[in-house]
Ligand binder design. Sequence first.
Ligand code: DGY
Length: 324
Amino acid sequence: MQMKPRVIVTRRWPAKVEALLAERFDAVLNDDDVPLTPADFATAFRTYDAILPTVSDRLPASVFPSEDCRTRLLANFGVGFSHIDVAAARDRGIAVTNTPGVLTDCTADIAMSLLLLVARRVGEGERQLRAGAWKGWCPTHLIGTRVSGKKLGIIGMGRIGKAMASRAHFGFGMDVVFYNRSKVEDDETRSMSARQLPSIEAVLAESDFVSLHCPGGAENKHLIDEARLSSMKPTAFLINTARGDVIDETALVHALDRGTIAGAGLDVYAEEPAVPGGLLARENVVLLPHLGSATTETREAMGMKALENLIAFFDGKPAPDRVV
Ligand code: DGY
């Protein structure tokens, strides 16, 4: 009988998908449910035919083995793969796959939630009420910023950027401007009269809300830095559901301290799960623990995509979502 490929799940998957995984693979589940350390990865590369990492695993070039590598596939549970040095994987003949498409709507929902939460001071209000500090209705109590009819700037008009723009435009009557490296001309952007502007600065300068939807990785590291924060309106809010290191977090804390911008809604951080103290301390920042794709439907769909990639790869067929 043919041996099943040995695979390791680094963080626990939805039970339904783990059960399907176990039918086809000799699957080891990391029951500690904490990210693997570099030493764990060294062992994993020697031991498993495939490693199934998530965004909370760090796979820089230094963790890839120079010899004695059994692993042929990294099937990432997630669309973003900037935590994996894909060039190092390619150099060692290791394939990498991801899970695009299935988390678009849920991630856009969280981006829109963050926008509303921070604009309307929802977190502050809930904290105040739960602390027993609410003194009753008052015309000047916790006054926020109106969302409907304002201007939203999108940085990165891919699948998730468009889904966010559509929620804002059709749901809240917002005007949409955007920056995208390549020209975007399609029915979806035309239907919401979204205007592509020539630079990030141009988008920042005229937007009441700026939402980041570009990939992470070296090319976008600190894309939003001190200078760019300064080109935002002092009344504007920054929303990030992309990757934490797209924003220079130190510059963001300074900008919030100085009132350069009005607030921020963040789902992602440069050194997750660590969150800078300067952000934790602020009332005008809404902080979520990387919940973009956290719904039953989406997490199961992501697992199914990772599984389809694994099955195709080990059946000798092209993996549908191969990155390298
Ligand atoms: C991804 O898939 O890249 C997300 O950030 C996880 O929700």
